[in-house]
Design a protein around this ligand. Structure first.
Ligand SMILES: [Fe+2]
Ligand SMILES: [Fe+2]
Length: 208
């Protein structure tokens, strides 16, 4: 576990410099103490998002970047109580509270890395039930940067939903179809990632 954490710190330091890197590592450590399942999910999402991006580019900086954004995507759950995160049944009141986590994450990350913060804020916007409804921070960016952030956000969105099906759902039938149903905007990317066998239909964990 120590090795994993030093690997994570090294990856963060390639993207975020100086004290800000320590701040991000501290936030992740807090997430680990707050809710271990969310932390483990975040690490898996970071690792698999990096693999998914490798299907499009071999640029090391981008690969480090998406790993960093992937492990940070649910950092806003630090602002959601453990009781709500793990509530069964997960009713409308829980859903309403949980829907705040992308914006809480944005607030926690915006002074550490603006782009990682925007990816975190947008990771539930490429799906049927969108939240938050608007991402004003994206509008002020140059077109190319906006495109890269949206592309990374889409990868993390797909991997996030895939991980939830693999680890939380009892329905493992036709995962590709399930993902396309809930994320129609991402259809082309989902099909490509299955074709490249980065995402897989089998029930065996793809992370080992
Ligand atoms: Fe999330
Ligand atoms: Fe997530």
């Amino acid at each position: 576990m120590l090795n994993l954490e030093s690997e994570i710190s090294k990856s963060i330091e390639k993207v975020v410099k100086g004290k800000k890197a320590h701040k991000l590592s501290d936030l992740l450590e807090s997430l680990k103490n707050h809710d271990l399942d969310t932390y483990n999910h975040s690490i898996r999402v970071g690792e698999l998002s990096k693999k998914a991006l490798e299907a499009y580019t071999s640029k090391q900086f981008y690969l480090d970047y998406i790993f960093c954004a992937g492990i940070s995507h649910d950092i806003g759950k630090l602002g959601i109580s453990k009781e709500i995160i793990n509530a069964v049944p997960f009713d409308d009141r829980c859903r309403e509270i949980m829907d705040n986590h992308p914006e809480i994450g944005y607030q926690l990350l915006k002074d550490i890395d603006k782009e990682v913060a925007l990816i975190c804020e947008g990771h539930h916007t490429f799906q049927n039930r969108i939240y938050p409804a608007k991402l004003p921070g994206l509008n002020n960016l140059p077109t190319r940067k906006k495109y890269v952030i949206s592309f990374f956000t889409m990868i993390i969105t797909i991997v996030d939903a895939y991980d939830r099906i693999k680890y939380k759902s009892n329905n493992h039938n036709h995962i590709e179809g399930q993902l396309i149903d809930t994320h129609p905007q991402c259809k082309e990317m989902i099909q490509y990632l299955f074709k490249k066998e980065i995402l897989k239909e089998n029930k065996i964990s793809p992370y080992i």
